[in-house]
Design a protein around this ligand. Structure first.
Ligand SMILES: Nc1ncnc2c1ncn2[C@@H]1O[C@H](C[S@+](CC[C@H]([NH3+])C(=O)[O-])CC(=O)[O-])[C@@H](O)[C@H]1O
Ligand SMILES: O=C(O)C(=O)Cc1ccccc1
Length: 242
């Protein structure tokens, strides 16, 4: 059974910036499921897209893999031949647990788990690149460089799948959607204290872009085929095809 997330359940004198340490890694499946509406839909669709778009003799990247949920979903559906999955995260706590999870679900598909900053990864021969709720944690000044690096390392016909928390330009839309997300968290059993302390903790760490900023960045990197395929409240998933 997944351990319950109660990281923000007790009042903290000073709420520290959110980090992906051992405490977070331990409760991560519960935390993400109760915080991100549609997370499971996005994970299974990543597997489905990998089934459709993975090319023989290519590489598949899961950037900011956490515990490897997207990698596992891809491994369940992949039929392309001679692919290598490269799953990367810069949190040692996540990478250790990710490797254990993958060992628990044996597969013939070559899979490497790397503990590194995704900014250091040289993307090559990629038919699938996944950034499932990772770009939002990369410093905004580095985001264009990362997407350009991904584009240049993709094969023609390859697909980039990127899921993100969005921010909205119109203040009234932002507050309606924020409230819907808050109600989702309440319905998942989070208390007002947990919600407000988590909010303070991620404020300077998770910096969301608008949908328009994402599209502009894709275009600047060279993509000209892109679409949103999912949105629930402020959580969305996009695809861009090379
Ligand atoms: N510079 C970086 N380099 C490498 N990893 C990073 C970096 N910055 C943050 N991370 C890693 O990105 C992950 C983000 S969680 C992804 C969920 C997963 N994709 C999932 O499908 O379950 C999303 C969330 O917690 O909202 C964490 O594991 C960080 O350590
Ligand atoms: O909890 C939130 O409000 C989020 O935005 C999602 C989230 C999920 C897991 C870690 C950090 C943020």
């Amino acid at each position: 059974m997944n351990k319950t997330d109660n990281i923000f359940a007790t009042a903290q004198e000073e709420v520290k910036d959110f980090v992906f340490d051992d405490n977070v890694a331990e409760v991560f499946p519960d935390m993400i499921k109760r915080s991100v509406p549609g997370y499971q839909t996005m994970i299974s669709t990543i597997g489905h897209l990998a089934h459709e778009y993975a090319q023989d003799n290519s590489q598949i990247y899961d950037l900011g893999c956490s515990l490897g949920a997207a990698t596992l979903s891809i491994r369940r559906k992949l039929t392309a031949k001679n692919c290598t999955i490269i799953a990367v995260d810069n949190s040692q706590a996540m990478v250790n647990r990710c490797q254990q999870h993958l060992n628990n679900y044996k597969s013939e598909i070559k899979t490497q788990v790397l503990c590194d900053d995704i900014m250091n990864i040289d993307i090559q021969d990629a038919s699938i690149v996944v950034l499932n709720f990772t770009l939002q944690f990369i410093s905004p000044s580095q985001r264009d460089t990362l997407i350009k690096n991904i584009y240049q390392g993709m094969k023609p016909g390859g697909i980039l799948i990127i899921s993100e928390k969005l921010v909205f330009e119109q203040a009234n839309i932002q507050s309606v959607i924020d409230e819907l997300h808050l109600d989702f968290k309440r319905a998942q059993g989070y208390s007002e204290l947990e919600i407000s302390q988590k909010r303070a903790s991620i404020e300077n760490v998770l910096i969301p872009d608008t949908l328009e900023q994402h599209y502009k960045r894709f275009e600047q990197a060279g993509f000209n085929k892109m679409s949103q395929w999912y949105q629930c409240f402020n959580f969305s998933s996009l695809i861009a095809i090379k």
